[in-house]
Ligand binder design. Structure first.
Ligand code: AVJ
Ligand code: FE
Length: 441
């Protein structure tokens, strides 16, 4: 879309806001009011919290900060401030009941569409290229992914349905080479990039080999069958301690039935599909698998170089396939399919290096801690990223089947604790192409 034409930009924003709300509607209308207010896991908010929080953030950023309007219900702000109350406590707050939460989000949206029609989309940093509107569309889509995680944790009969993703094409080599050299990491030009994706900067990397696709559940089962969960050799000391104390035996949602592994997916039990990317593993498990395979997790810079660097032009693309926004032919995004596609799907989404499914399907754990790039400035709010910088969070890249295109691109960075695995997390592995030389060698 032509983002320099204000009329087209307004349409694009309206389409993204609408798409997010449609998804929010599907996720919150699939269950009854009792399930909306219930806590399905202490790791998650009740769905009704997400619903009103979506409306509250939209009111704060668009109606108040951009539009200069007065608060609609100032007394509810603290309830929906993610920093005031940890998720586990949210069910006990005096939250808006479902009908009121819906009405509030709907009321805010009506006023936001009026504001959008009247608002210039330049002249102030929050307005330029419609940034605040884009940030809010992304925010709602991020919570739609969060709500889908809650659905995955929920027990009870299945309520969600979607057609299967496309099949794999191949054969493909197991790994692809990314030659040594500099590339541009991060962005100064992506209009709705969040602060942690900025600024663009050069990074020089040695050559490395990267798995062509995410690690499959079948490959991961060989790690299990080889006693990988019983052998501390493959685990970091922290990872082994966690594996022992949490009693990890397999990815989350897997259960053994005789000799067979089954997995629970949105209320249905099915055999673990061997050709699907492994899902619901923690960073510790991903790291242990990589060690067992004689490999390692890629760094965040390696992941981004594989996904964006175009050796023909030397520039970094927005996506592996080029600069065009993701279509259904490129990547499994947006909850169109409620599962990852088999490894080797999406030939049209291939990166110049030959890697597939870097965008969509599963979030990919990287070896890297979440930090600010050189020259990072927190904007427009410190609590989005900066307060999470540090070694306690690991970076995930690429987006899952549950994340919408508006909240996913080659520069997008997600992060979580290394123990987390209710998220739609998988990984691929890497290895150095040349033996490392020590300092002074
Ligand atoms: C970027 C997914 C880690 O859910 O904690 C939503 C996104 N930030 N509301 C999160 C977010 C504020 C964030 N993650
Ligand atoms: Fe939020």
């Amino acid at each position: 879309a032509d983002r320099t034409d204000p009329a087209l930009l307004r349409d694009l924003i309206a389409v993204e806001l609408l798409a997010a709300r449609e998804r929010t509607g599907q996720l919150t209308e699939a269950v009854d009011d009792a399930e909306l207010v219930a806590q399905h896991s202490p790791l998650m908010s009740p769905l009704v919290w997400d619903l009103a929080h979506i409306g509250n953030q939209e009111e704060l950023w668009l109606l108040r900060n951009v539009g200069g309007r007065d608060p609609m219900h100032p007394e509810i702000d603290p309830l929906y401030d993610a920093f005031e109350h940890p998720r586990a406590e949210r069910p006990r707050l005096p939250l808006l009941p479902p009908a009121e939460a819906r009405a509030y989000a709907h009321e805010v949206r009506g006023r936001v569409l009026d504001l959008l029609a009247a608002s210039p989309l330049e002249g102030a940093p929050l307005l330029d290229a419609g940034f605040a509107f884009g940030m809010i569309a992304q925010h709602e889509q991020q919570h739609d992914e969060t709500m889908l995680i809650t659905h995955q944790l929920r027990t009870g009969p299945a309520v969600l349905d979607a057609p299967p993703p496309p099949a794999a094409t191949g054969p493909l080599p197991a790994e692809v080479l990314v030659p040594a050299g500099p590339f541009t990491m991060g962005t100064d030009t992506e209009p709705w990039a969040l602060d942690n994706e900025r600024p663009a900067h050069q990074v020089e990397l040695p050559a490395f080999w990267l798995d062509t696709t995410p690690v499959s559940a079948g490959a991961y089962q060989r790690f299990l069958a080889d006693g990988g969960y019983r052998d501390p050799r493959w685990w970091t000391p922290e990872g082994w301690a966690h594996r022992m104390s949490a009693g990890l035996e397999a990815p989350l949602f897997w259960e053994q039935d005789g000799g067979q592994w089954l997995r629970r997916r949105f209320g249905r039990l099915e055999p673990v599909p061997a050709d699907e990317p492994v899902l619901h593993v923690s960073w510790y498990e991903a790291d242990a698998y990589a060690r067992w395979a004689g490999r390692r997790l890629p760094t965040e810079a390696e992941w981004e170089k594989a996904a964006r660097h175009d050796p023909a032009t030397g520039r970094s693309r927005r996506f592996p396939w080029g600069d065009s926004s993701p279509g259904p032919e490129h990547a499994n995004l947006g909850q169109r399919h409620l599962r990852p596609a088999p490894v080797g799907a999406y030939p049209e989404g291939e990166a110049p290096c030959g890697a597939r499914q870097l965008i969509g399907d599963v979030w990919e754990w990287t070896a890297s801690d979440f930090t600010g790039y050189p020259g990072f400035t927190a904007w427009p709010y410190r609590e989005y990223s900066e307060v999470f910088f540090g070694p306690e969070h690991k970076v995930l890249r690429g987006g899952s089947f549950a994340v919408a295109p508006v909240a996913c691109r080659g520069t997008f960075r997600n992060w979580d604790y290394p123990v987390r695995r209710q998220i739609f997390s998988g990984f691929r592995t890497a290895r150095d192409a040349e033996p490392r030389t020590g300092a002074g060698a």
